[in-house]
Design a protein around this ligand. Sequence first.
Ligand code: PLP
Length: 400
Amino acid sequence: MGILSSKLAAVKPSQTKAMTALAASLRADGKSIITLSQGEPDFATPPNICKAATDAIAAGHTKYTAVAGITPLREAVVEKFSRENGLTFSVDQVTVGCGAKQLLFNALVASLDEGDEVVFPTPCWVSYPEMIKLAGGTPVALETRVENGFILRPEALRAALGPRTKWLMLNSPSNPTGAVYSRDDLQALAAVLRDFPDVWVLADDIYEHLVYGDAAFATMAEVAPDLADRVLTVNGVSKSYAMTGWRVGYAAGPLELIKAMNTVQGQSTSHTCSIAQHAALEALTGDQSFLPEFRKAFQARRDLVVGLLNEVDGLSCRTPDGAFYVFVACDALLGRTAPSGKRIETDMDFAMYLMEEAGVAVVPGSGFLADGFIRISYASSEEELRQACSAIAAAVAALA
Ligand code: PLP
């Protein structure tokens, strides 16, 4: 009998983290690599938020907190949901954890029994299927198509739901496609869910503030209030407030589920860092004026990258409405040969080729359950993005 659990044998490490780690180790060996594999804003955390953290230390907020998070932060989350999403929660219906990631995981651990199914559209964030498996559930991937803007169609949802389905996990704006579900898209899915009263919705809204052009953010509990007693809404400060390392996310939903999530958290991490909670309180209640500035910068970078990559023969991408990723089809290049003589058979081969030949780290689409694509994060400076796109173009031109 080995030391590792059989459950873990089916769980893959994150490809996003793997590509980023490989880029870091090549860089440590002296190779110049532009990292477009990381889902992280390049902006610094705004100074008022950093000051709130140092003030918290000076004030002695360095001890254990309540499992669900400090009350002022949970009150600020209640206020945020009311102000920005028209949602009403009591403070007890809010829990705070180590990033949206841990809250998603807590919710799955708190709700899944062996064999329970969780359906989610693909391409999806690398962690969904693996978290579901770790929590003892069965991931059910529903493929969406570029022709539909990578939006899950109601008929595909209906066909996938069954007696074992516990959750629909929805992420909008989406990592990796940048697709944004409109109110109509959500209404169409809600109409299906009304026929399946035992299916809950896990809304992962972590990219809420990063929506561009005419697209508008919407979330299921707001669009379909009659379903709100089976919706968990998850969000956090990582992406919007450039606070990925602080590890603060929050979730709000039915009390019974929130209490169970608190039990999971209370027996694992206890709570997220007390100092980071005070910083997140400032993020949610302090100056919000940099949010439109971040959004404007991301939109300009998106337009730059989409324009440059669509000029490359063999690559194509739609203009994403949100988040900070471009999901680029590279299937036209599969079967070609690199100058080294190696054939590019898969998106992984292509991503490795770009790392070696172009010095650009991207993530292969297969990590997001979508073969024949690569994901490029444009949360980098315009100068780096230009350099990376021209290196990618040169590497593609070198394929025979
Ligand atoms: N959900 C999605 C879709 C993400 O892409 C990420 C981060 O990459 C997260 C959740 C996790 O965010 P956090 O930093 O709050 O854990």
